[in-house]
Design a protein around this ligand. Structure first.
Ligand SMILES: *[C@@H]1O[C@H](CO)[C@@H](O)[C@H](O)[C@H]1NC(C)=O
Ligand SMILES: *[C@@H]1O[C@H](CO)[C@@H](O)[C@H](O)[C@H]1NC(C)=O
Ligand SMILES: *[C@@H]1O[C@H](CO)[C@@H](O)[C@H](O)[C@H]1NC(C)=O
Ligand SMILES: *[C@@H]1O[C@H](CO)[C@@H](O)[C@H](O)[C@H]1NC(C)=O
Length: 413
């Protein structure tokens, strides 16, 4: 029996019950299109060809440790495949019910909630977009973890072996590499799809021909101290495999392994937005500590990637009313300027004026629209400054934010 017919009835039974997304207080009609089917293990070897997590055909994007456990914001896997069915096995260190996004080629992102020690089928011949290429074509599968504090552990990837030439295919990396260093704002905290709705995501996706790694974690300071329960600051943590999450402390205690920078493409561009938590009085970081920590971080980045250009974003801290209008708050302006002026390869991206008071959501983070505005302006800045082009398409390219097809259907009011 063909896999597709075998699995189709199960799809409707096992579609997970999804929680809702509120937009302006109203439930979003279809918050998580997609779903994945949990397969019973072991897989039938007459139907499936299974590759181990270490298969060279599987590319790991962002930070993953030696056990194929993902860390930080929006880490992912990507590979080419032939055949009509794709399943991914998740190891025991996978967070319970973690939401992942996935897509084929440049199609819409779809979502699925997966659990530990289980195998899920993401792709069937009926998955939207699968009919757009010849049955024997090589397609691209990509999957991303949406939540900064959760992660997955990859144990295997399976494709159907009955399809003609069903197999995984190694993809070439994109030409450029971008590293983003930040906190909750860059990790998309409180945005609809979290990591996939932040400015960092929109920016790197918008570049099209760039791989990326988003080392951002909510609440983290630049200065190396405890901030909101994050035990260390980015001057320390950025050099480590794992973020400052609870699951990292469970696995690694207070001594997470160093990140082996050789495991990633050297960054051509590093974009940093850090300091909003340092600036908060609750954390008590001084201007001197902030400046010196920034100089240290820039020095460390430059030692790792001597050719990288670095962009520092000015901080936005919401807005306050002044007279009958709103004025944007700033933080560490002088220190940021001094850091920028100290290094010839560091550039200031002054975000002042991009956001307006209604781009900040009730929980003090940019709205989805606010994130998109920052991403778009930064794309233009990088194009003007370094001549980088926008994405043209390779695997989608362009500044795609999932589920942001807003429209107005009325001609007459
Ligand atoms: C995913 O599963 C978890 C645990 O069952 C649940 O709390 C969460 O609401 C689910 N999320 C979605 C988007 O379905
Ligand atoms: C794929 O199938 C088409 C016809 O359906 C054939 O012309 C083509 O050569 C095949 N390509 C490969 C790579 O097998
Ligand atoms: C993301 O992780 C945080 C921290 O564990 C959690 O509070 C939040 O509910 C998660 N978001 C989703 C959509 O699961
Ligand atoms: C960014 O621009 C605003 C408005 O011109 C200015 O007040 C602020 O000091 C600038 N920030 C930095 C870090 O230079």
């Amino acid at each position: 029996m063909r896999l597709s017919t075998l699995l189709l009835p199960l799809l409707s039974l096992l579609t997970p019950s999804l929680s809702e997304i509120l937009e302006n207080g109203q439930p979003r009609l279809v918050p998580y299109p997609g779903g994945a089917t949990k397969l019973s293990q072991p897989l039938d070897t007459s139907e499936w060809r299974t590759y181990p997590a270490s298969a060279r055909e599987i590319s790991y994007k962002g930070r993953w440790d030696d056990k194929y456990i993902s860390w930080w914001s929006a880490p992912g896997v990507k590979f080419g495949f032939r055949g009509g069915n794709v399943a991914v096995g998740f190891g025991e260190e996978t967070s319970e019910g973690v939401l992942v996004a996935y897509r084929v080629g440049g199609q819409q992102w779809r979502f699925a909630n997966v659990t530990a020690s289980a195998t899920y089928q993401f792709i069937t011949p009926e998955t939207p977009g699968m009919d757009l290429l010849e049955a024997n074509a090589t397609r691209i599968f990509e999957m991303r973890v949406t939540n900064w504090s959760y992660g997955v552990q990859i144990s295997s990837v399976s494709v159907d072996c009955k399809a003609s030439g069903g197999a995984l295919v190694q993809l070439r990396n994109k030409r450029k590499m971008v590293e983003i260093i930040g906190d909750s704002i860059s990790a998309g905290m409180y945005n609809s799809y979290e990591g996939l709705s932040g400015w960092a995501w929109g920016f790197v996706e918008g570049l099209g021909d760039a791989e990326f790694s988003i080392t951002a974690y909510p609440g983290i300071c630049l200065h190396d101290q405890d901030c909101w329960g994050n035990p260390r600051g980015q001057t320390y943590q950025w050099q480590r495999v794992s973020d400052t999450s609870w699951r990292a402390s469970q696995l690694y205690g207070t001594n997470p392994p160093k990140w082996n920078f050789k495991k990633q493409q050297p960054a051509d561009l590093v974009v940093i937005n850090i300091g909003t938590n340092d600036f908060n009085e609750a954390n008590g970081v001084t201007t001197k500590q902030y400046f010196e920590s920034y100089v240290k971080l820039i020095g460390d980045i430059h030692r790792v990637w001597p050719k990288a250009q670095i962009i520092i974003q000015s901080l936005w801290h919401g807005f306050h009313g002044e007279g009958d209008t709103f004025v944007q708050d700033h933080g560490f302006d002088d220190e940021i300027r001094r850091v920028v002026n100290k290094f010839r390869f560091v550039h200031l991206f002054n975000t002042t004026g991009i956001l307006r008071h209604n781009d900040i959501a009730p929980q003090w983070h940019p709205t989805d629209v606010g994130q998109i505005k920052v991403a778009s302006h930064l794309l233009e800045f990088v194009k003007a400054k370094f001549g980088w082009e926008y994405g043209q398409g390779d695997n989608g390219g362009a500044e795609v934010f999932p589920q942001t097809l807003y429209w107005n259907d009325e001609q007459n009011y």
